[in-house]
Design a protein around this ligand. Structure first.
Ligand code: SF4
Length: 370
């Protein structure tokens, strides 16, 4: 079965049984995750929301310690809504995609101020909050409130495209995948508090993460293997189909690692835009094809610095839309040298507590030979 035709075909008895098979498998093999409620318990919307925001473009393993840190510092959405953005960014440092941290804070403030500290319990209500897109709204609605909706993340896309051997390529195939994913929800039972929509969603997420993996899926252990079209064809690993990727153009720039004894010169990036509000060492613009001399011309003006020492090699980093190459220059200035306007000195010993994005941590480590 393939492409759109799949959506219009009446399910066979075997296919109609899929949601029940999936739930039975989940009851035996569900992953234990720090944010997940125990079997039969009601999930906490704050934990579900926090984990879903953190898990966007980040692995379960990387998120675990951050989730625990956030929860012990801000145990509920009211506490997080009262925190300062700087504290949230500092705690987030290292998780990447920092617009998520700014939206996380903005969302907590809105829930606190406009909803009395209680999350809306519908997809539409959740969608209206900062940083909550269609996937996250569906995930929270299903998992925290048992709304009958199927959130579709990368894991679920993989399972569904294999199950139905969907030939259409991503991202165009997304609406069809969502339609087919919904067939894996248990039957609708009006007024039934135990419809288990949240468990169906989490079952599919777990199946994608542990059995229907990108490489070498463990089909022999899969509860859906009896009627999986990809498995029957033997080419399941080739799904989902993807349109060829366009990689961005390489941008180049310079970073200036300046020390004053045991202190480092830093500044904050503008609130809006890439890595908004994060801390960085002074640097040039990041431009495609930029020559080293042009980047060096943007060095900060500091009393006592007549020449910059260029470190050998470059620091590389890949952002979502472009790869970056930074040349690192260093200088050591005399005690009491003033920081240029908009910059400040911070002790090297406390750099871990600063909200540096990963690219800056790499540049500083390169400049300081850490
Ligand atoms: S049978 Fe294999 S390919 Fe099909 S859903 Fe299960 S693990 Fe994925």
């Amino acid at each position: 079965m393939s492409s759109r035709a799949a959506a219009k075909t009446k399910p066979t008895d075997q296919q109609a049984d899929r949601p029940a098979r999936l739930l039975a498998w989940y009851d035996r093999h569900r992953r234990r995750l720090p944010w997940r409620a125990e079997a039969g318990e009601r999930a906490d919307p704050y934990r579900v929301w926090l984990s879903e925001i953190m898990l966007q473009q980040t692995t379960v393993r990387a998120v675990g310690p951050y989730f625990e840190k956030f929860l012990s510092r801000w145990p509920d959405v009211t506490a997080l809504g009262r925190a300062s953005l700087d504290d949230v960014l500092r705690m987030w440092a290292g998780l990447g995609y920092y617009s998520r941290a700014r939206n996380l804070h903005a969302c907590a403030v809105v829930v606190l101020n406009n909803h009395d500290g209680v999350f809306p319990d519908t997809e539409d209500g959740l969608r209206a909050l900062p940083g909550i897109g269609p996937y996250t709204a569906a995930a929270i609605a299903a998992i925290a409130f048992d709304r009958r909706t199927m959130p579709v993340d990368g894991n679920i896309e993989r399972v569904v495209t294999r199950l139905y051997a969907i030939e259409a390529a991503l991202p165009q195939a997304k609406p069809l995948i969502k339609e087919m994913a919904a067939t894996l929800l248990g039957p609708s039972r009006a007024g039934d508090k135990n419809s288990r929509a949240g468990d169906s969603a989490q079952a599919l997420m777990d199946l994608g993460a542990t059995i229907c993996t990108p490489k070498k899926p463990a089909c022999a252990l899969c509860p859906l293997n009896d009627d999986c079209a990809g498995h029957a064809r033997g080419d399941q690993e080739t799904f989902p189909r993807k349109a060829p990727k366009k990689s961005g153009t390489l941008r180049r720039g310079a970073a200036f690692v300046v020390t004053r004894g045991a202190e480092l010169l830093v500044r904050s990036r503008p609130d809006k835009g890439l890595l908004g509000g994060m801390t960085e060492v002074p640097g040039s613009q990041w431009l495609a094809g930029q020559a080293d001399a042009a980047a060096l011309a943007e060095a900060p003006e500091l009393k006592g610095v007549t020449r910059w020492h260029r470190k050998s090699g470059v620091v590389t980093h890949v952002f979502t839309h472009f790869p970056l190459e930074l040349v690192v220059y260093t200088a050591n200035v005399p005690p009491r040298t003033r920081a240029p306007d908009g910059m400040r000195w911070v002790p090297v010993a406390t750099l871990d507590g600063e909200a540096f994005p990963n690219v800056m941590r790499k540049a500083i480590a390169h400049g300081l030979d850490l």
